[in-house]
Ligand binder design. Structure first.
Ligand code: BG6
Length: 496
């Protein structure tokens, strides 16, 4: 047998990309609610208004650290703009139907997130919003009724907007208290319903997308470094609090993992690849390993970054690391110092094209070895249980003449990736807890804001412009994944 008994097969979503109902039942605005839709070619916009002058405008959601609104202006919803998170896939009103479909596929687990601004609408409120708490009670009850174990991300690319505006998001240490209070509130409320938790989605995106990963309006290197530090301390305090509330809780880290290859054997390229991996693994060195690596401290020294820290921060980091390390992994990335060979890649990935791999329409290469390499790297470095919580293919699905979606391209991607992860378990002995592929039900793309970049086994009738009935249907991959789960990953064939 390849995967252990009780291996947690399932799928993953994020509240801001699937729920909709952005202002219902007392929910406050989050950073996700002020980001418009874009495309592969056109970046999404973060819209803003200056409350004193009434001036409005936007900044492009691009990779790196810039201000997302000019001084005096605040991220805001503008009339006439389209914001895909506002309705998304409307899971808020379809959750029973959606969970029934997951159960039909045989899901053992469902990774979802709680929208922080549904529970604390402004982030710094003294009391939680009861209607928001009740919504997740219903969702967890429905999952438990269907034998599906929830895996809950506390913060997935949405920070209450008020915290971004009043405090510059995670750049402020005040966020540590607000977040830990939020975590304790949901730990106590859902104790007995939820056992597995993740603190921050893709925590290393603080470097690349500081507004969506940390609510930073001013995202200088100093602020990003502070934002990451504050999230590390919050994670340690959350692990501490969670274990005090229920010693059975498992509270994991979530890292965006993209394997970096060097384009050439030129040692300068090799060094560049290693340095880029260090930039990613810095985040797991601290959150899972418990210590800052010297390379990052040296970089801060060189760049004049001075952390607002306390000696006890470092004691907490060492004492309360994450219980397990989960990660997203879709593709690999290639870097080079030979600029003449540089051809661009897509979305959150920075680098050049890999001549050995085919890429999706959004520039993400399908790499049949990447999960094995990721699992090997992380096992060798941390010796902790691992969980793949995102993987999948974003593709345009066409409805065929028979009214169905024959998504063989998605099945092929998943076959290659699951085989790669199986090799990591059977050949290398990786301690893998589960696999939740991304966007098991179609949802809004985080990178581009599109609906047409679909990952799901379940199709949602909704288009980029917001049209569509929101009806759900089963793609071919739905039946394929059902078989994969029922054979515990032994039968990956696509012959029906
Ligand atoms: C990860 C995020 O970056 O990748 C998800 O955790 C995101 O929120 C997913 O949706 C896929 O990226 P995209 O840009 O295709 O939605």
């Amino acid at each position: 047998m390849s995967f252990k008994n009780g291996f947690l097969w399932g799928g993953a979503t994020a509240a801001n990309q699937v729920e909709g109902a952005y202002n219902e039942d007392g929910k406050g605005l989050s950073t996700a609610d002020v980001i418009t839709a874009g495309t592969y070619e056109t970046p999404r916009h973060i819209t803003w208004r200056n409350p004193k002058t009434g001036e409005t405008g936007y900044s492009e959601m691009t990779i790196g650290g810039t201000r997302v609104a000019p001084k005096g202006a605040q991220p805001a919803i503008l009339e006439g703009e389209y914001y895909p998170s506002h309705i998304a896939s409307d899971f808020y009103h379809h959750y029973k139907e959606d969970i029934a479909l997951m159960a039909e596929m045989g899901f053992k687990t469902y990774r979802m997130s709680i929208n922080w601004s549904r529970i604390f609408p402004n982030g710094d409120d003294s009391e939680p919003n009861e209607a928001g708490l009740e919504f997740y009670d219903h969702v967890f009850d429905e999952l438990n009724k269907n034998g599906i174990e929830p895996l809950v991300t506390l913060s997935h690319y949405e920070t209450p907007l008020n915290l971004a505006i009043q405090y510059n998001g995670w750049a402020s240490r005040k966020l540590i208290d607000f977040y830990v209070n939020y975590a304790k509130t949901v730990f106590n409320r859902y104790n007995g319903k939820v056992k597995y938790w993740l603190t921050f989605n893709e925590i290393n995106c603080m470097d690349m997308m500081p507004f969506i990963a940390g609510g930073l309006i001013d995202s200088s290197l100093q602020n990003r470094a502070q934002g990451a530090h504050n999230q590390f301390v919050a994670s340690a305090l959350t692990v501490k609090a969670g274990h005090e509330i229920n010693p059975d809780f498992q509270i994991g880290q979530m890292l965006a993992y993209s394997q970096v290859y060097a384009l050439t054997p030129d040692p300068a390229d090799q060094l560049k690849a290693i340095q880029q991996m260090d930039d990613t693994l810095f985040y797991s060195d601290v959150q899972t390993g418990g210590h800052y690596p010297n390379s990052r401290l040296k970089m801060y020294e060189r760049e004049g970054v001075k952390l607002d820290d306390r000696p006890e921060d470092y004691e907490l980091l060492a004492k309360y690391p994450a219980d397990f390390l989960s990660f997203s992994c879709y593709t690999s990335n290639v870097v080079t110092t030979h600029k003449d060979q540089a051809e661009g890649a897509g979305n959150f990935q920075i680098g050049v094209k890999n001549p050995y791999l085919k890429a999706s329409s959004w520039g993400w290469a399908t790499d049949p070895y990447v999960l094995r390499i990721a699992l090997k790297t992380l096992t060798n470095r941390y010796h902790k249980p691992l969980w793949i919580v995102e993987n999948g293919l974003g593709a345009v699905d066409e409805i065929a003449a028979d009214g169905k979606i024959h998504d063989d391209y998605r099945i092929e991607y998943l076959q290659q990736n699951i085989k790669s992860m199986r090799d990591a378990v059977t050949i290398d002995g990786a301690d893998l807890m589960g696999y939740t592929s991304w966007g098991c039900i179609d949802l809004v793309s985080a990178g581009t804001g599109e609906m047409k970049k679909r990952y799901g086994y379940i199709y949602v009738d909704r288009n980029n412009d917001g049209s569509g009935t929101l009806d759900r249907s089963r793609k071919d991959s739905f039946y394929w994944y059902k078989k994969v789960i029922s054979t515990n990953g032994e039968d990956l064939s696509n012959n029906e």
